[in-house]
Design a protein around this ligand. Structure first.
Ligand SMILES: [Zn+2]
Length: 309
């Protein structure tokens, strides 16, 4: 079985606070991930909303931090850059890593910067965090959120050509639909849940879930307490309820995991070391072995191997 997780903020946290990716007291480190059976992790780069030039400088520094850290342990971690790399995920006891940009403020409107980021190893991008930038409006813009800008559409089309995964977490509803139209391939929502079970703007309503189904995408189930249960005090069972709901609504082939470790303080499972609990928890909810393989890894791998070039 291959366990994949589509979102953690550990790189930007450690780049800011100091610490080592191999072992630390944050939610995620490579040692604990490997022990728990995790074989693929998406690492987000994030910097709070600011001007494009500052964003670019800060993201470049985080890319350096990421590359320095994974280069220390070549036997334990390897970056996913090509379709060929994707096919090696899980072949050995090694963690595959995908470098993700959470909020593309640093691109501004300059497609050449997108190509630079690709050369630097970024293989997954979300256009914006919760705010409006030059590419798109995030969910934080609420009812007034618009869709993609002209530049945003160009970026999405170029991402599809380059083979960069498109993450629609954090995007406002109009942009969500437009991004799928322009990308023309399966998208990821790396870390979100079902709004029918927890009415939070970061969660997806049923029509958004259907759009994920229609483009053969996947949604990574998020464990931030506020996204799991409205009272902010969920149990692990409440996380499983989102999996059951989404699987019944749009099909098991669209469900994956996206913890959001190190992206918030209040997360249901205390850290990546607990990921060996997933299998038994899903068995207890009557999923078959084949279905569990799909949820824990195969669904995500299907999209990754389809998009990467
Ligand atoms: Zn996020």
């Amino acid at each position: 079985m291959i366990i994949c997780d589509l979102h953690c903020d550990t790189i930007s946290k450690l780049a800011r606070q100091g610490g080592e990716l191999i072992s630390n007291s944050a939610h995620f480190d490579i040692s604990r991930a490997l022990n728990a059976g995790v074989r693929l992790q998406f690492f987000a780069l994030y910097y709070p909303p600011t001007d494009n030039n500052t964003a670019l400088r800060e993201i470049l520094k985080q890319i350096v931090y990421y590359n320095t850290q994974i280069a220390l342990w070549p036997d334990l971690v390897f970056p996913i850059l090509t379709k060929q790399d994707g096919q090696n995920i899980g072949a050995r006891i090694q963690l595959a890593s995908i470098l993700h940009l959470e909020g593309a403020d640093c691109i501004g409107t300059d497609i050449a910067i997108l190509e630079c980021l690709y050369l630097l190893g970024i293989r997954s991008i979300g256009l914006t965090w919760n705010h409006r930038n030059l590419l798109a409006d995030g969910v934080g813009e609420g009812q007034h959120a618009a869709g993609l800008s002209r530049s945003g559409k160009k970026v999405v089309i170029k991402m599809a050509q380059l083979g960069i995964l498109l993450d629609l977490s954090h995007l406002g509803e109009p942009g969500f639909q437009e991004a799928i139209e322009y990308y023309k391939g399966p998208v990821l929502v790396t870390h979100a849940n079902a709004r029918a079970l927890c009415n939070h703007p970061r969660n997806l309503n049923d029509s958004q879930l259907e759009m994920i189904r229609d483009c053969s995408g996947v949604i990574g189930i998020n464990q931030v307490a506020d996204f799991v249960k409205a009272d902010g005090k969920p149990t692990f069972d409440d996380v499983l309820n989102h999996i059951v709901y989404i699987a019944e609504k749009i099909g098991i082939e669209h469900v994956a995991l996206g913890s959001d470790f190190d992206g918030a303080d209040n997360i249901v499972l205390p850290g990546i070391e607990t990921y060996d609990q997933w299998e038994d928890a899903l068995i207890a909810r009557n999923f078959t072995a084949t279905e569990i393989d799909m949820i824990l890894g195969k669904n995500a791998l299907r999209v990754i191997n389809q998009i990467l070039t």
